[in-house]
Design a binder for this molecule. Structure first.
Ligand SMILES: C[S@@+](CC[C@H](N)C(=O)[O-])C[C@H]1O[C@@H](n2cnc3c(N)ncnc32)[C@H](O)[C@@H]1O
Length: 261
């Protein structure tokens, strides 16, 4: 199962709050050259472009299915390209990424590379989910380690590449980022019931498992997952405290005061 825009969009309104928080960190100037890494279906890229006057914004994503939705949003100053985050090059006034780099491994080398794409005086601004220790995620790994799934997955489970908050701050500072803002925030969601939790993760965390499992094992996997979620959250509604990491760093110009953090 590749990325599915319909499933992903079911919880679209819940994803707006972290986007608005990230947007507040951006130093708005006229005419910014902007890249949005892992732009998905492009709605948030469009909102970003609309918030930045006279900007030239490029949204990139590796999923053809997600980008198909973005096509209708193209306008002067906003375009989309199919490209992996790992392959992005160039120099940008704003390197932006919302809910995407958790899919890229090795953040200890990724973060410095993203920072290296930022022009002097420009900014890196990132939001990524850091709720991989929540039971909605640990239950997926638990089931993937059981048969018949473990054999079908050849023992594979997904290890989250997400680092501790302080590690992002360290990396940013060590690689020349300044004016750092680094924080975690819980976004409190209230969902109808445990099945809604399964629906949420089937648009995100379950995707790489379904990409690897044969189709006939998708439903049994989902059944096992729903059963365990229902046992853990028998109530309705269900409270889902969703933890996210947000960080921003500026790349100083030569004239920039080197002291401020
Ligand atoms: C959770 S969606 C976020 C989409 C959008 N930024 C938003 O916040 O609505 C994650 C997106 O990252 C993309 N993605 C995952 N790994 C990627 C990679 N290595 N390179 C480019 N895009 C990637 C997926 O295709 C998906 O569209």
């Amino acid at each position: 199962m590749p990325w599915n825009p319909d499933v992903y969009h079911k919880f679209q309104s819940e994803r707006f709050a972290p986007f608005e928080d990230l947007l507040k960190l951006i130093r708005v100037r006229e005419g910014l050259r902007v890249i949005d890494l892992g732009c998905g279906t492009g709605e948030l890229t469009r909102r970003l472009a609309d918030a930045l006057p006279s900007s030239e914004v490029v949204g990139v994503d590796s999923s053809a299915e997600m980008l198909l939705r973005a096509e209708s949003l193209v306008r002067p100053g906003l375009k989309f390209e199919r490209r992996a985050i790992e392959d992005v090059a160039g120099e940008w006034d704003l390197v932006f990424s919302h809910a995407a780099i958790q899919w890229v491994d090795d953040h200890a080398s990724l973060v410095p590379r993203l920072l290296s794409l930022v022009a002097p005086g420009g900014q890196l601004a990132v939001q990524l989910p850091s709720n991989h220790n929540h039971a909605t995620h640990t239950i997926i790994i638990e089931i993937a380690r059981e048969e018949p799934f473990s054999q079908a997955l050849k023992g594979w489970t997904r290890r989250s590449p997400v680092l501790r908050l302080g590690e992002y701050a360290e990396l940013l500072y060590r690689h020349g980022g300044r004016d750092l803002v680094v924080f975690e925030k819980i976004y409190p969601h209230v969902l109808e019931n445990a099945d809604a939790l399964a629906e949420w993760t089937s648009g995100t965390a379950l995707v790489p498992y379904f990409e690897r499992l044969p189709t006939e094992l998708h439903e049994p996997f989902l059944h096992a997952y729903r059963t365990r979620l229902r046992a853990k959250w028998p109530e309705s509604p269900v409270f889902y405290p969703f933890q996210r990491t947000l960080f921003s760093a500026v790349r100083p110009t030569l004239a920039h005061d080197q002291n401020p953090v």
